[in-house]
Design a protein around this ligand. Structure first.
Ligand code: F6R
Length: 602
């Protein structure tokens, strides 16, 4: 969730970097840094916290004349938010900034350490600059050393490197994380999205995965695995608001597409080969915990509800989930051995915060799962696990829900391991499924087009029922909430087995049923429930890996080896369905009527 800016040319570089980083600050704001080479000399500044701290630190510094410059704003993943861990990272004569994850950094780090390199940070990024200098010292030209470095990197990255060895050049590479190059005559800009360079560059080239090269003397030399590559620049948008959407129509749409990528960040450093690790927790904190109570509101409540199945099934811990506004006034009985978990995207939801304070007054240990560091709920809790989804701008929550659910899934496996309620084989199976989650969350064009097409059937009617069983019941609740929030159509989530206890009376051809039919959990049972609705002529949209003949519409899923993979793939489909229906109805997708992103009043 970090941001990158780079510049090569004669203008005041510090201002260009700080200005650009300001546009990216929403992506990460636990530290920031810049590195500038002018007159063959390196200058470097870093500061923890908001960008204004860096601006204060550099207020007496001004760059002049031709030079190269890189800057970064960070959202901590590997290593705490300290100056040492802030980018740019220094080798002996070079600096690097990087977004993404170098998956094989441990391996590379060991190799470099053996050759005598000392690391000063806990980051994966630092390996890039040392690897570059390692090759460069073996008498390689700087670009050859950079190429050799990039060849060895595994994972997702967008990176810029500058070095006193070639003080008039910026080296760049991109794979899996966004990066673009902006042009204005001889001036060249780099950034991880358009906004930092709008108003500065006139044309742009969006780098593709696997591309790398260097900028020098006002030109870019671009390469990929087939060698040097020609490229075509395009005019750069002048509209910052639309640029922040990275080409998507709405923030919500962008955030749905982002889920695959942010999920890797959520897992980073926590999901290891054969264990789950939370640096935020320790076994002492969880000692003597015999039950879990979770409080949350809205979408966060749905995530909590899904996790209650996992805590009970895997960790064999009783888990009760309550809507925070209900919990507050029911005079709840609280037991000191209950772990009190709050879940909140914003960390500011008044009811959830108040529920947390009540639990603390009753002497319970508290843990929050939150997307915003230093928010009220995080500060109030004994321990906090950040979901690392990055800022969510669409009012209808998508990636926050996905990452909350992932953290809770990891936590259930973590607690199950501590308690010894699951075997190592089961742990490995869960981890394997977690690692495949980013793939299950990818949106492909065919899927989106299909949902766009079938959405036109669902604009009227007298209501929607989203139905599912087990963890797919909370997902049904969430699918219905997404739809009603942005389409203003009536939608309910229901446990599939409950339909015949009343709601089936509503069934006719104008009742739309979205049936979540996973292969791995109670397939035959939900199939019977859907058949009962079909027999009453309800219009059925079935989402399943298995073909279902009675469906009016059918969206086939593909990741059916684990319930959570099915969960996440179906989640994306319900989000896209809500989005497309809302668009067809002409609603404001990102700012639906009557809603606010952060509900700080009860
Ligand atoms: C729905 C949505 C809301 C929030 C709820 C709690 O899309 O976003 O239902 O989930 O207002 O907010 P947080 O998670 O910030 O506590």
């Amino acid at each position: 969730m970090c941001g990158i800016v780079g510049y090569i040319g004669p203008k005041e570089k510090k201002e260009i970097l700080l200005d650009g980083l300001k546009e990216l600050e929403y992506r990460g704001y636990d530290s920031a840094g810049i590195a500038i080479i002018e007159k063959k000399k390196l200058n470097n500044f870093k500061a923890v916290g908001k960008l204004e701290n860096l601006a204060n630190k550099t207020k007496d510094y001004h760059s002049s004349g031709f030079g190269v410059a890189i800057g970064h704003t960070r959202w901590a993943t590997h290593g705490k938010p300290t100056e040492l861990n802030a980018h740019p990272h220094l080798g002996e004569k070079s600096f690097v900034v990087h977004n993404g994850i170098i998956e094989n950094y441990q391996e590379l780090k060991h190799k470099l350490q053996k050759s005598g390199v000392t690391f000063v940070s806990q980051t994966d990024t630092e390996t890039i600059v040392h690897l570059f200098e390692y090759y460069q010292k073996q008498n390689m030209q700087a670009f050859e050393a950079f190429k050799k470095t990039v060849d060895e990197l595994e994972g997702a990255y967008a990176t810029l490197l500058i070095s006193e060895v070639e003080p008039d050049t910026i080296f760049f590479a991109k794979n899996g994380s966004p990066m673009l190059v902006g042009f204005d005559a001889q001036d060249i800009y780099f950034a991880s999205s358009d906004t930092p360079i709008i108003g500065k560059a006139k044309e742009v080239y969006y780098l593709e995965d696997g591309e790398y090269g260097y900028a020098k003397d006002g030109v870019i030399r671009l390469y990929n695995e087939n060698g040097e590559k020609a490229f075509t620049k395009q005019p750069l948008s002048k509209d910052k608001a639309s640029a922040q959407k990275d080409g998507f129509r709405f923030f919500m749409e962008k955030e749905i597409y982002e889920q695959s990528r942010v999920m890797s960040e959520t897992m980073m450093g926590r999901v290891n080969d054969d264990s789950i690790y939370f640096e935020e927790l320790d076994s002492e904190f969880l000692k003597d915990i015999s039950a879990i109570k979770i409080c949350a509101c809205g979408t966060s409540y749905h995530s909590a509800l899904a996790s209650s199945y996992l805590f009970e099934r895997l960790a064999r811990i009783p888990c009760v989930v309550e809507i925070a506004s209900e919990f507050r006034y029911k005079e709840p009985l609280l037991d000191k051995n209950t772990l009190f978990i709050t879940i909140s995207q914003s960390g500011e939801t008044a009811d959830t915060l108040e529920a947390l304070k009540m639990a603390k007054r009753a002497g319970l240990k508290s843990l929050s799962i939150c997307n915003v560091d230093n928010s009220s709920i995080v500060r109030e809790s004994d321990k906090a696990i950040l979901t690392r989804a990055g800022i969510e701008k669409g009012v209808a929550s998508t990636k926050a829900f996905a990452t909350q659910t992932m953290v809770l899934w990891m936590l259930s496996v973590y607690m199950a391991s501590l308690k010894g309620t699951i075997s190592q084989d089961v742990v490995k199976g869960e981890i394997d499924a977690m690692i495949h989650t980013p793939k299950a969350l990818l949106v492909n064009d065919d899927l989106h087009t299909k949902i766009h097409r079938l959405s036109k059937r669902y604009l009227h009617g007298h209501g929607f029922f989203f139905i599912g069983r087990d963890i797919f019941f909370p997902l049904a609740l969430e699918g219905a909430l997404k739809l009603k929030e942005i389409s203003y159509l009536h939608a309910e989530g229901y446990p599939a087995g409950e339909m015949k206890h009343g709601p089936i009376a509503l069934a006719d051809s104008h009742l739309f049923t979205v049936a979540l039919m996973p292969r791995t959990i109670h397939y035959e049972k939900i199939k019977s429930n859907v058949e009962e609705l079909s027999a009453r002529d309800a219009t059925i949209l079935a989402i399943s890996p298995l073909p279902f003949n009675l469906a009016d519409d059918f969206v086939q899923t593909h990741y059916d080896s684990h319930p959570m993979l099915e969960f996440f793939e179906m989640m994306v489909i319900t989000q896209l369905l809500a989005l497309e229906i809302s668009v067809r109805l002409g609603n404001d997708v990102d700012m639906p009527r009557n809603l606010a992103k952060s509900v700080t009043v009860e």
